[in-house]
Design a protein around this ligand. Structure first.
Ligand SMILES: CC(C)(COP(=O)(O)OP(=O)(O)OC[C@H]1O[C@@H](n2cnc3c(N)ncnc32)[C@H](O)[C@@H]1OP(=O)(O)O)[C@@H](O)C(=O)NCCC(=O)NCCS
Length: 190
């Protein structure tokens, strides 16, 4: 019989809310996540946008980090993982829902319960915000993440509802919105 996995996180890690001074390290981890995902386009997000969106006048980004502690003393901003989510958008059918924008644990620190701890912080924030669902996409070939999310109780909409994931990119939004419309009887006042 396999031994039960430990219920506690190693004392050398701190899981906490993100701070302004974490944004540099957060950016580094975002690049690592993009590398891991094999994203063709490199992240274009900047430190300034992270700061503005997480701590500016209209904050819309929440993030949580895993910090490595050295004998109880935090090393200088040594982050080993993060989770980031948006506040919420209002769906006209279902009310508030949030997006999980990223979850990442440094390769050498996976399997210690850190991903779970970050997801708990995300879930608590969602519930505090009155959010009814948290949405995100997972690459089909990311077996580890798919297994991980299933073990938390997340629903795979592609399997259960046949939903596809679609994106309207800004270049196409621009092209579409600037095309002249000549519909008879439609008086567009925008
Ligand atoms: C997916 C990812 C975030 C998971 O993070 P992690 O820290 O390795 O995950 P955890 O250690 O919390 O959980 C992994 C496993 O250990 C178990 N586990 C570890 N510690 C545990 C604990 N203290 N209590 C209970 N279970 C624990 C979990 O239940 C889970 O088991 P399972 O795989 O059999 O379900 C991580 O693998 C990662 O960063 N991957 C690369 C980036 C990525 O794919 N991100 C997601 C993009 S959508």
């Amino acid at each position: 019989m396999m031994a039960a996995k430990p219920e506690t996180i190693q004392a050398s890690y701190v899981v906490r809310g993100g701070r302004r001074e974490d944004c540099d390290e957060l950016l580094r981890l975002i690049w690592e996540l993009a590398d891991h995902e094999g994203t063709l386009q490199k992240p274009t997000i900047t430190n300034e946008i992270l700061l503005e969106d997480a701590f500016g006048e209209r904050p819309n980004l929440h993030f949580f980090v895993v910090e490595l502690e050295d004998n109880g003393v935090s090393r200088k901003r040594m982050l080993m993982g993060f989770a980031a989510m948006n506040s919420f958008v209002t769906d006209i059918f279902d009310g508030r829902h949030s997006m999980l924008c990223g979850l990442y644990i440094d390769e050498g620190h996976r399997g210690n319960g850190l991903g779970r701890a970050l997801m708990k912080a995300v879930c608590k924030t969602c519930l505090d915000l009155g959010v009814g669902s948290l949405d995100f996409d997972v690459k089909m070939n990311n077996q580890r993440a798919r297994h991980f999310y299933s073990s938390l109780g997340v629903t795979n909409n592609t399997e259960t509802k046949g939903w596809e994931y679609w994106t309207f990119h800004d270049t196409n939004m621009n092209k579409f919105s600037s095309e002249p419309e000549c519909l008879n009887g439609v008086n567009t006042q925008l």
